[in-house]
Design a protein around this ligand. Sequence first.
Ligand code: ADP
Length: 160
Amino acid sequence: MRTVIYPGSFDPLTNGHLDIIQRAAKLFDRVIVAVASNEAKNPLFTLEERVSLGEQTVSSMQNVEVDSFDGLLIDYVNRMNGDAIIRGLRAISDFEFEFQLALMNRKLDERIETIFMMPKDTYTFLSSRIVKEIARLGGDVRQFVPECVEAALKERHQAN
Ligand code: ADP
């Protein structure tokens, strides 16, 4: 049984994240989407909201689950008996930071591999940050995020 952890802030989950989850689910027996609490990043959605949006998005995928974690990723991966970490690579701009993170995680635990996956080309420009910005300015984000996320963004901005 091979388990992979896909960590991130997922603030909120986009179709780019979903594309990576679908690819990972074909390669691994079990995929755990691990939402980092990341309070320091001042997220738009609370940890519980980010987990719930993730759960609604992957509800029909048999081997995918959503969890949250705090603290060191490597400790979490070990606790969940994970074999590898998945990260998404959109463009060269992601590479340097991701490379550094992967090598640091390897220093912390040699056993755990980091695997990079590339999304469908149409998602390479997508980021949670840009989606939030478009939604904040009243733009249509339907083609970029799952339906539940679109609704949550709408509600958030109507409330403000
Ligand atoms: P973090 O704050 O850890 O970067 P994110 O939620 O922004 O969390 O991203 C989690 C992972 O998903 C990262 O590896 C990021 O590069 C990747 N990712 C984000 N958006 C996309 C996308 N559109 N296509 C593919 N991978 C993506």
